[in-house]
Design a binder for this molecule. Structure first.
Ligand SMILES: Cc1ncc(COP(=O)(O)O)c(C=O)c1O
Length: 316
């Protein structure tokens, strides 16, 4: 096939991961450890479902309004009302004044993909930066969304065995204006090393100075500090400083809903009128319609029922 106008470099790390996982399943070494996917397992290596999720699922099956209907392009409205509050805070002024909103997606991967496509297709962004190293699907997702240039900022210092913060700042300072910077919010994959609050403030300074676009990947909220609020600190700090940004959220990890593909793209717009915000939503609808029509219902129902019930939220 002619490669004109298409990405010529197509990495495919995901297929490598899947075959490694399959090879691990077939290997009968007794003390093997499958470290390919980050998923909960019980003591004998079987998938583990959070007990409150199982209970909710039983109730859901018996409820009168249980069905397999389609949802709208941007998902269930109560999901979109509840989930952004996890990153912005329960009483966030940005949600109340309509500058921030969320749309349900097919998990974190498509929150990234839909957000990236919004930037590339409608706002002409071309260059993205990911940390070195990062989750192996970031690059593919952004390239397929229409970005042409993939770059890395330094993150891991193998000598110090921690974040190479000077390298990171230097690389951001040198990034061309309007580059999209993918920042993992917490529990950085694969290093496990996160920025301190002071370091986040320095990153925000450079992002502002250099006119860089912030795209948070919040794949592990709650799993770094054990506290949802604490782990969301950087998003709230950036939002309070008036950054326009995107945030990819997922319940794959923190609720163990991996295969139910339950996520959210949260959006913060700067000084946009309500009409302009509606236009952004129409663009998002066009992207999701063409990609997968609409997100899936089951996982979203579990999340809604959890977040609507303070007892269940506590249990979670
Ligand atoms: C850093 C990071 N971002 C995003 C994801 C997306 O996961 P999902 O599509 O299952 O939500 C993952 C999954 O491992 C991840 O590690």
């Amino acid at each position: 096939m002619s490669s004109s106008g298409m990405c010529s470099y197509i990495p495919n790390p995901v297929l490598v991961s899947i075959s490694a996982s399959e090879a691990s399943d077939k290997d009968d070494t007794e003390d093997k450890i499958d470290a390919v996917f980050g998923v909960y397992r019980d003591e004998i290596g079987k998938p583990w479902v959070m007990p409150f999720v199982l209970e909710l699922e039983k109730k859901l099956l018996q409820s009168d309004d249980f069905n397999h209907e389609y949802v709208t392009y941007l998902g269930l409205q109560s999901f979109n009302d509840l989930v952004p509050r996890l990153v912005f805070g329960e009483k966030s002024p940005h949600l109340q004044n309509g500058k921030a909103f969320g749309v349900q997606t097919v998990s974190g991967t498509s929150a990234l993909r839909v957000g990236a496509e919004l930037l590339a297709r409608y706002y002409n962004y071309t260059t993205f930066y990911i940390s070195d190293p990062t989750w192996d699907n970031h690059e593919l997702t952004f390239l397929y969304a229409g970005f042409s240039t993939s770059r890395k900022y330094r993150y891991w210092d193998p000598v110090k065995r921690g974040v190479d913060f000077e390298g990171l700042i230097e690389d951001l300072r040198e990034a061309p204006e309007n580059s999209v910077i993918v920042l993992q919010l917490c529990a950085h994959n694969p290093t496990g090393c996160d920025l301190t609050k002071k370091q986040w403030t320095e990153v925000a300074d450079v992002m502002q100075e250099r006119k860089l676009f912030t795209f948070f990947d919040a794949a592990y909220q709650g799993l770094a500090s054990g506290n949802l609020e604490e782990d969301a600190w950087a998003v709230r700090y950036f939002a309070d400083r008036g950054f326009e940004m995107l945030i990819a959220q997922t319940f794959s990890k923190n609720m163990g809903l991996y295969g139910d593909r339950t996520g959210c793209l949260s959006v913060v717009l700067k000084e946009k009128s309500r009409e302009e915000t509606e236009v952004v939503k129409v663009k998002l609808e066009a992207i999701t319609q063409a990609l997968y029509l609409c997100p899936s219902k089951h996982g979203a129902e579990i999340v809604i029922r959890t977040l609507q019930d303070p007892q269940l939220t506590k249990q979670w």
